[in-house]
Design a protein around this ligand. Structure first.
Ligand code: GDP
Ligand code: MG
Length: 139
């Protein structure tokens, strides 16, 4: 028998429900790291009752001092309950393994600004999983 399960949470774009967690992908640069934008994404996700973890991309594109500044900011988010991942250099095996462990058996969505590096990250986490660039029905 077909049955609709209750929607514990739902998103409109993309249309998904009963999400266990989100990996919020934020770039250190290109697009510029923005605490304001990070907070807005977190508030949006919390409003949908979706727990977020934060993944910092493009750590290779900023000077060490700027990276330290960003990591200090992210440590504050860690303290209030958001797991954060930041690989220096990008896509180190240990960081990728930690992220994979965090979404094991969980319906996980990847969200964040256009160009933040979501597709690239997903390709590193699950090689061959992404649609070829430009062929995706959305995103
Ligand atoms: N230098 C650098 N470039 C990256 C990194 N991650 C992604 N990119 C590049 O950033 C651009 C946007 O990435 P993409 O995965 O398409 O972003 P999306 O829009 O969030 O899916 C692409 O040209 C990627 O190759 C990174 O860690 N370092
Ligand atoms: Mg993409």
């Amino acid at each position: 028998m077909l049955r609709l399960k209750p929607r514990l949470n739902a998103l409109v774009r993309p249309p998904v429900a009963n999400i266990d967690q989100a990996i919020l992908v934020v770039a250190a640069a290109q697009p510029d790291f923005s605490l304001n934008l990070l907070d807005r994404f977190l508030v949006y996700l919390e409003g949908k009752q979706i727990h977020a973890e934060i993944y910092l991309t493009k750590t290779d594109l900023v000077a060490p001092a700027r990276l330290e500044e960003i990591q200090a900011a992210l440590a504050g988010y860690e303290q209030i309950g958001y797991a954060t991942f930041a690989s220096v250099p990008p896509f180190e095996a240990a960081t990728l393994a930690a992220v994979r462990a965090s979404f094991k058996d969980k319906l996980t969505i990847f969200t964040g600004q256009t160009g933040a590096g979501k597709s690239t990250l997903i390709n590193h986490l699950v090689p061959g999983s992404s649609w070829p660039r430009g062929r995706s029905p959305r995103h």
